[in-house]
Design a protein around this ligand. Sequence first.
Ligand code: G3P
Ligand code: CA
Length: 245
Amino acid sequence: MDRDDHRPLVIAHRGAAGQAPENTPAAFRLAVEQGCDMIELDVQLSADEEIVVCHDFEADRTTNGSGLIREMTLEELRRLDAGAWFSPEYAGERIPTLREVFDLVPSSVGINIELKCSDNRIIHLLSSLIRACGRTESVVISSFDHRLLHRLKTASPDLRIGLLYSANLLDPVKLVRDFGLDVYSMHPHFALIEPEDIAALRANGQQVYPWTVNDPEAMKRLLARGVSGIITDYPDRLRRLAGSS
Ligand code: G3P
Ligand code: CA
């Protein structure tokens, strides 16, 4: 998480989502065991304003339940099985709260919190939780919703933000400068980042974390181009390529 650390980060997408059910404690534990430097996860608000970790707006794909996450209370969400869809060995895994993930993941491992929810209430709730758990220095908050990130960064200038995007931008550095607030990292789709943009963003002071890269050849190419980290479903694969120190 340090801007001066030049070793590329292994960032586990939704945990080790290639080998365990995404966004569950099992996937986060496995990613840590595999030596990831950072975990990427997705958050949204439950009906009773708990920050819960789940990618889809609906529970249907990754649990045995059905319906919108934002319309269910934490108690209702806790009853869902979030592991059996992936493999019977993971039956009983639950949708965790972000606070539970903070308790589970060592503070030496960073957390890339992707905001899936565009509800303004999450700004205060998330900032308070990060501070209460002493995670200010080890999280980056990312989103495709740049207006929401702008509001969050204005309200909480000490928190790190990362701009997610999936377009071949004409000038990513201009996007950062136009943002008008300190942008810690840029998170481009891996197939839409030009080599010269990686260099220009890093020279401008941003970390560059492309997503989601599972093919070893693509990993090697991006490492050679000087990215700051790579978001992958297979942290063990990237760990071998990126080295361990
Ligand atoms: O953070 C990168 C990546 O997770 C964004 O896309 O759909 O996997 O959340 P998605
Ligand atoms: Ca995500």
